[in-house]
Design a protein around this ligand. Structure first.
Ligand code: SAH
Ligand code: DHB
Ligand code: MG
Length: 212
């Protein structure tokens, strides 16, 4: 058994309801790019530890990570999740409703950059970036704008299966993530790191907005 499998089993693995949603999404032809079990658990741990009540997610897909995060939000907590694809949004809406989380999770349909503009002035305790990779640098700027001291910023796929270390010029996704990582690492307002995931084939970036 590999160590990833060992660890997932140790902590109970994937919830049956989430596994069913994943299988249905796959049958519907959606890409199976939701967070893996251990990244979901990491997001939960960080939301609980930061006592987050206002969460922003960029990239909903079929609602998998939204539901995982929604499960640990306290009463009155709220997730706003941004999604551009209406088929993804519809399936996510259905899944969120079956999970009993409609009160806590709101999906905003549209290009994330447009939706972010409409959120200007709001502050989020926890921001999870997981949409189009070439736009990650702009999402980081928005995350900084929509956060406060002590907020946490998390981003999925920051190793991009290895392509970020020497991103080929024609790989816009890898170039975007490499730029994002550089800016995250060097921003004096942030304390940040990269945590390997998915058996070290990819990674999650984590940053906290420092208290000054
Ligand atoms: N966070 C999800 C996975 C997100 S996959 C989970 O772990 O369960 C990335 C999603 O971002 C896809 O559904 C895709 O349609 C969406 N996306 C891509 N570009 C976008 C954009 N510009 N604005 C909003 N959503 C976008
Ligand atoms: C892929 C994985 C992701 O988690 C994601 O958000 C986008 C793409 C991928 O493996 O291609
Ligand atoms: Mg991802």
């Amino acid at each position: 058994m590999d160590l990833q499998e060992y660890t997932d089993q140790l902590f109970g693995g994937e919830e049956p309801q989430l596994a069913r949603m994943r299988e249905e999404a796959e049958q519907e032809g959606l890409p199976a790019i939701q967070v893996p079990v251990e990244v979901g658990r990491l997001l939960q741990l960080l939301i609980v530890q930061t006592r987050a009540t206002k969460v922003l997610e960029i990239g909903t897909l079929f609602g998998y990570s939204s539901i995982v995060m929604g499960r640990v939000l306290p009463a009155g907590g709220k997730i706003i999740s941004l999604e551009v694809n209406s088929k993804h949004q519809a399936l996510a809406q259905k899944n969120i409703s079956s999970a009993g989380l409609s009160q806590k999770i709101e999906i905003r349909l549209g290009n994330a950059l447009d939706s972010l503009q409409k959120l200007e002035g709001q502050e989020f305790d926890f921001i999870f970036i997981d949409a189009d990779k070439d736009t990650y640098p702009q999402y980081l700027q928005w995350a900084l704008k929509l956060s406060h001291e002590g907020s946490m910023i998390a981003a999925d796929n920051v190793w991009r299966h290895g392509a970020v270390a020497e991103p080929p010029d024609d790989d816009q996704a890898a170039v975007g993530i490499a730029t994002f990582n550089k800016e995250l690492a060097s921003n004096p307002r942030l304390l940040a790191t990269i945590v390997p995931a998915r058996n070290c084939t990819d990674a999650v970036a984590l940053a906290t907005v420092k208290r000054s």
